[in-house]
Design a protein around this ligand. Structure first.
Ligand code: SF4
Length: 328
């Protein structure tokens, strides 16, 4: 079975958006409860050997930047050091806040961020052909294989900052927060090298997005173009930015049946099972219709140690089946 991993670092958030599904998912959330770094390292390490694992982890909340900055540095750096990409999901408010932002930016700047290949399989093939047999064999022999490709093909930093921008769930000021973040990133060469800026937006919010982000953002915002039906690319002062549009789900109005919609197809069409780690040391699947945690179990044993991932998965599936049978 394939895995994707999302870590809820904290259930606490500084905002109180009316449509927030996390409030229903995390009734025991407390500002001081954080997902332990050693737990994250344990499970990332356990699944990164799976060659179908996407080699990327999402850190989400609540609002992750309400967590202490040294804690964030520890978990982000430890994950990057395992050569796993990290996406930081944020509402953007504290990253744009004049009082709180400096410590956050200093932390982001101090990270050692590896770069990952963004080449297509065709580009890799062409690169190998032009490198020639001897160079390829030498790179294989001394383990410099991946680096040899990175030196010749397009790469990007393995750290994304994904800011929510909309006026449906989040406050309309989210566009101002995103602008402040984009300006800071675009104006600092180290940060720009370390971080790719992403935007999470809603499909039925596109007119508002076009008006506020694109048209009002000019001349900083330029070159907007749709990559496909759900992704828009543009530049902010020359820095590439990607906006990902998803369908808006009014979660609080949806009843909460447990369904078997907890897996989705990965890029290659195989089923990918996203796992969600919670600060109270539980792990779950997530119902994709309601975004509620299902099949949720504790991942630690009586001594507080992380249990093997295969055992935890078995318990999750058992719990999920019982929930489906019980219609909860
Ligand atoms: S910013 Fe996100 S997590 Fe925080 S209240 Fe709003 S929707 Fe919920």
């Amino acid at each position: 079975m394939l895995y994707a991993l999302q870590c809820y670092l904290t259930d606490y958030c500084n905002l109180n958006c009316p449509g927030c599904y996390r409030r229903a998912m995390a009734p025991n959330g407390a500002p001081d409860k954080l997902l332990p770094p050693s737990d994250i390292i344990h499970y990332v390490n356990a699944i990164r050997g799976n060659d179908k694992f996407e080699q990327a982890v999402v850190f989400s909340g609540g609002e992750i930047f309400t967590a202490p900055v040294p804690y964030l540095h520890e978990v982000i750096q430890a994950t990057l050091d395992m050569d796993v990409a990290v996406q930081l999901k944020t509402n953007g408010s504290w990253v744009a806040d004049a009082r709180r932002a400096p410590a956050i930016w200093d932390m982001l700047k101090s990270l050692r961020v590896p770069r990952g290949l963004v080449a297509t399989p065709e580009q890799v093939q062409e690169c190998l052909r032009t490198m020639g047999g001897d160079a390829v064999r030498a790179a294989r022999k001394d383990g410099a294989w991946y680096q040899a490709l990175c030196d010749r093909l397009p790469t990007r930093p393995m750290l994304d900052l994904a800011v929510s921008v909309d006026n449906k769930i989040h406050p309309a000021q989210s566009v101002d927060w995103m602008r402040a973040i984009a300006e800071r990133l675009a104006g600092d060469a180290t940060l720009r090298d370390n971080i790719s800026l992403k935007i999470s937006a809603f499909m039925d919010n596109r007119n508002w997005f076009n008006r506020t982000v694109i048209r009002q953002g000019w001349p900083h915002v330029r070159d907007e173009t749709w990559v496909n039906g759900q992704i828009m690319a543009f530049t902010y002062d020359g820095m590439p930015v990607y906006a990902f549009f998803s369908d808006f789900v009014d979660v609080p109005t949806i009843p909460v049946p447990v369904t078997d919609h907890v897996v989705f197809a990965g890029h290659d069409g195989e089923y990918l099972t996203p796992l969600y780690m919670h600060p109270n040391r539980t792990i779950s699947f997530e119902n994709v219709d309601t975004m509620h945690a299902v099949g949720r179990v504790s991942y630690v044993d009586a001594a507080g140690q992380c249990r093997p991932i295969k055992r935890v998965m078995k318990d999750m599936i058992k719990t999920l089946r019982a929930q489906v049978r019980g219609g909860r």
